[in-house]
Design a protein around this ligand. Structure first.
Ligand SMILES: O=C(O)CCC(=O)C(=O)O
Ligand SMILES: [Fe+2]
Length: 215
């Protein structure tokens, strides 16, 4: 464990919700983008989910560890294709991020699922809670590429009051404790703001979670 992480700059947006701007160095970001490209491919790769309302999401998604579709986890994809495994690297990144956010050793459930979201210039994500997990472990959200507006609200409903935070390439946002079930969404992406060194057009987001489900 790198002690310097406990000293990383952080902004507490709400109790238990901590923004860690620029936590990830360029080499980590480049490595994660390369991995996301790999995860996006193949039979268990990126897809656009249809919501129960009939609307189609504007974000492309791939799940690791457990498959996710609105609104449930499953061991395999609907056609039986195995889900891609959850990479140890993301588990380690989650622990380091939670420790950097809260400044104390992490002793909660092990993170075992990640959702990778790709946003093009027009993609959005409506206000929602992450509540398909059965573990209270904090969610760790990693941003790569284009900056977005991340809207973070309360736990009761999707409306105001909320705080708009700019999430940039390499930022990490941790939400746990009293904010674990806070409504949040991405009302807009700022196209063309990605670091050219990344070679990424658009925005990638990885949320790392503990499913609380047993295999
Ligand atoms: O893209 C983001 O920053 C948030 C993604 C999110 O809320 C989710 O995947 O549940
Ligand atoms: Fe979410």
């Amino acid at each position: 464990m790198d002690d310097a992480l406990f000293d990383a700059p952080s902004v507490t947006v709400a109790p238990g919700a901590v923004h860690l701007p620029g936590l990830l160095p360029l080499e980590t970001r480049i490595d994660l983008v390369r991995r996301c490209r790999e995860w996006a491919r193949g039979p268990a790769g990126m897809r656009r989910h249809t919501m129960p309302s009939g609307g189609v999401m504007s974000v492309d998604m791939v799940a690791l560890g457990w498959h996710w579709r609105p609104y449930a986890y499953s061991r395999t994809l609907p056609d039986g294709t195995p889900v891609r495994p959850f990479p140890d690297l993301l588990g380690a990144l989650a622990v380091r991020s939670v420790e950097a956010a809260y400044g104390e050793p992490y002793e909660g459930d092990a993170h075992d699922v990640a959702l990778v979201n790709f946003y093009d210039a027009d993609a959005r994500m409506g206000m929602h809670q992450d509540r398909d997990e059965r573990s209270p472990a904090p969610v760790v959200s990693i941003s790569l590429g284009d900056t977005c507006v991340f809207r973070f609200g309360g736990t009761e409903h999707r409306g105001r009051p909320y705080t708009d935070v700019e999430l940039r390439d390499g930022d990490v946002f941790v939400f746990g404790g009293p904010s674990r079930l806070a409504y949040h969404g991405v009302p807009r992406v700022r196209p063309g703001t990605a670091d050219p060194a990344l070679g990424l057009k658009g925005r990638l987001n990885i949320t790392i979670r503990a499913s609380g489900l047993s295999r």
